[in-house]
Write a protein that binds this ligand. Structure first.
Ligand SMILES: NC(=O)c1ccc[n+]([C@@H]2O[C@H](COP(=O)([O-])OP(=O)(O)OC[C@H]3O[C@@H](n4cnc5c(N)ncnc54)[C@H](OP(=O)(O)O)[C@@H]3O)[C@@H](O)[C@H]2O)c1
Length: 355
């Protein structure tokens, strides 16, 4: 069995990792950290885990690193700035590290320090980190020791744009205008399990608001993701606007693009279907069917619909995922499976929950 540690087990992505990994046939979660609940059984905090896991939260203080070094894989389900303090020692000890925060997402140190307002503790390691969307970087992930698990919004935007950017590369002709608009909505669990006034029930329920209007940390990540895909001379500009909607889980990104004459000649439904035909977690819906967040709840699936209107030169791509699964913990487990050479679906092959 592969020995796994989760740092930050009391948060939403942490408990989601426990849920997913408890049905994984090849791993055992041997260490689960929490500073605030050390010594408490996880199923006392999360009764959903009763009968599933009897693990106890630990806070080993200065000995944490020693304990983590004994594991094969460490997931950091912590705020930004935590994983980078230990990633170097862990990777040197041969441990595979997957950070769900942003420490290893942006390849540019300047952008990291500008958007996250902190100095990077191990800038040299950034170069060897792989940005972990398996459907984009599967080959690199196979040899990776350190993975920056993507942000939830960027996963929807990058996977919603990939077939278009790749088609444009292949034709070496502009198929869409330079401007890309990503209008995205997230459920409240996207902000984590912290007690904050703005996340109170009375503030978030029966309400709908935009945030990050002047700039959001996921913008440079989306742009980086597009740049990784771009192999042509064409540049793209992104306008990204996130919203908070009164649901617990779920994310809905509407991507608006303007087609060029060459772009109108493409059958985009077919292009998306061909592009993702072999991807078990990516579902391109038939023409005329539009996705809803409930159709992916608690699952690692991401569903996409394509709407093409040549009269108006419009291409709209609608993408849904569960922010805590394909948007975080599920994708992290998928990355681990690729890194360890396992079947990518282990621990992840279950149907969404309806209603
Ligand atoms: N929520 C989402 O939908 C989502 C999606 C994609 C990515 N992410 C990213 O995933 C990470 C975790 O998100 P979350 O929503 O699970 O957060 P969360 O609910 O706020 O949980 C954070 C966890 O980290 C622990 N922690 C906090 N500071 C720590 C420190 N200095 N050292 C060690 N542990 C620490 C906390 O436990 P103790 O305080 O008890 O130690 C807690 O278990 C974040 O970086 C977030 O941006 C979240």
């Amino acid at each position: 069995m592969i020995s796994v540690a989760i740092v930050g087990g009391t948060g939403y992505t942490g408990v989601e990792l426990i849920r997913l990994l408890s049905s994984h046939p090849k791993v055992s979660v041997d260490l689960l950290t929490s500073r605030s609940h050390a010594g408490t059984r996880a199923d006392q905090i999360f009764p959903s885990l009763r009968g599933i896991s009897d693990i106890v939260f630990s806070d080993l203080g200065d000995d944490t690193l020693n304990a983590l070094q004994k594991c094969d894989v460490v997931f950091f389900a912590t705020p930004h700035g935590v994983a980078m303090q230990q990633a170097e020692a862990l990777t040197q000890a041969g441990v595979k590290v997957i950070d769900l925060a942003a420490d290893f997402r942006l390849q540019s140190l300047v952008e990291f320090e500008q958007w996250y307002q902190q100095q990077h503790a191990c800038p040299e390691l950034l170069k060897s980190a792989v940005y972990g969307i398996p459907e984009v970087s599967r080959d690199k992930l196979r040899n990776a020791n350190l993975v920056g698990n993507p942000g939830c919004y960027p996963t929807t935007a990058i996977l919603g744009l990939k077939p278009i950017i790749e088609a444009q590369n292949a034709k070496n002709t502009r198929l869409i205008d330079e401007r890309i608009i990503v209008d995205a909505k997230s459920g409240v669990s996207g902000a984590g399990r912290q007690a904050k006034l703005a996340l109170n029930y009375a503030e978030t329920s029966d309400n709908f608001e935009a945030y990050g209007v002047t700039g959001h940390r996921h913008l440079p990540e989306i742009e980086q993701g597009i740049n990784i895909l771009l192999e042509s001379q064409f540049t793209q500009r992104v306008r990204f606007l996130p919203h908070l909607v009164p649901m617990i889980r779920g994310m809905y990104s509407s991507i608006h693009l303007e087609l060029t004459d060459a772009g109108k000649a493409v059958d985009w439904q077919q292009a998306f279907e061909d592009s993702y035909a072999d991807e078990v977690f990516l579902d391109v819906l038939p023409t005329g069917i539009y996705p809803d967040t409930r159709s992916v709840r608690a699952s690692n699936r991401l569903r996409i619909a394509v709407y093409q209107n040549n009269d108006r030169a419009e291409l709209t791509v609608l993408v849904v995922q569960d922010n805590l699964v394909k948007g975080a913990a599920g994708q992290a487990v998928q990355n681990m499976n690729v890194m360890l050479g396992f079947d990518e679906t282990l621990g992840l092959n279950f149907a969404p929950i309806v209603p």
